[in-house]
Design a protein around this ligand. Structure first.
Ligand code: CNA
Ligand code: ZN
Length: 255
């Protein structure tokens, strides 16, 4: 383990353009469960019930989805943990140039990374989007509706259907975020995956762009991932603890 920490810190010291790629595992230490570990969302709910077609099919299915999303995902308060803070510090040190995330929890912003370098591949739970005119609303609007189970939030300008600004199954990823993620992956010299099973496509294609363009790859994930074979270093430990130790090592190297 100590050797891998050392090796990762040395790669960071050498790098000039780091892309960090995160998944649900970077946020479990902030109290947000991931989707696939024991007790995770998809062990309790059926992914087939969360498609865009289901959402659009009727008011009844929409109500059911809103209820689950409100109770389980939206309006959840959480604070960044040591891993998020380390990523923000690496940006301040001039190392991290992009944070590509599958998470919707807004914790990279909360930790202090610049919004302009955060590319959210699956949306952000703090926002709702109108399917009619594209206008975005803060999620608090749904909070007001949550007081009365019969009310679904609707657009104030066109009365269109409001959807949480999250990528549902069956929807394409936000184009701009995905293109930026691809570009940054191709330009970086070090690509660090933190807390992702790398099972969800097309997001999981992004590390491959980095690898093909010649970047070094570090994977920090408690369990094995789908792309362990492309990594130069794999650390199967918790994100917070590992990033803390890597930052300590890096500071020793920088002295
Ligand atoms: P996933 O498939 O649930 O994988 C998470 C991975 O993280 C697993 O391999 C775990 O072993 C690992 N892990 C869990 N805790 C830790 C930890 N403390 N340190 C290191 N590794 C850990 O999640 P992915 O992100 O790979 O899959 C993509 C989905 C999950 C995206 O659509 C996300 O939007 C979605 N999701 C996001 C959040 C969030 O925003 N916080 C929460 C749950 C799910
Ligand atoms: Zn509208």
């Amino acid at each position: 383990m100590e050797n891998k920490i050392k090796k990762s810190a040395a790669l960071i010291k050498k790098a000039h353009n780091i892309a960090v790629f995160t998944g649900a595992g970077v946020s479990t230490e902030s109290g947000i469960p991931d989707f696939r570990s024991q007790g995770g969302f998809w062990t309790r709910f059926d992914p087939d019930d969360f498609t865009i077609d289901k959402f659009l099919s009727s008011v009844e299915t929409r109500k059911r989805m809103w209820k689950i999303l409100q109770e389980e995902v939206l309006l959840r308060e959480a604070e960044p943990n040591a891993a998020h803070l380390a990523i923000a510090e690496l940006e301040k040190m001039g190392k991290v140039k992009s944070v590509i995330t599958q998470n919707i929890d807004n914790l990279h912003q909360k930790a202090g990374n610049s919004p302009s370098i955060i590319f959210e591949l699956h949306g952000n739970m703090n926002w709702l989007i109108c399917l009619g005119c594209g206008r975005r609303y803060p999620v608090e609007l749904a909070k007001q509706c949550a007081t009365s189970a019969d009310d679904l939030p609707e657009c104030r300008s066109c009365y269109g259907i409001l959807k949480p600004d999250l990528t549902f199954f069956g929807e394409p990823l936000p184009e701009k975020a995905f293109l930026n993620a691809m570009l940054h992956a191709q330009e970086c010299d070090l690509f660090i995956v933190i807390g992702s099973s790398l099972l969800v496509y097309p997001a999981a294609d992004i590390p491959l762009y980095a690898k093909r363009a010649g970047a070094k790859i570090v994977i920090i994930n408690i369990s094995e991932t789908q792309q362990d074979e492309i990594a130069d270093v794999i650390i199967n430990q918790s994100a917070g603890k590992t990033m803390t130790r890597i930052m300590e090592r890096l500071k020793e190297l920088e002295k």
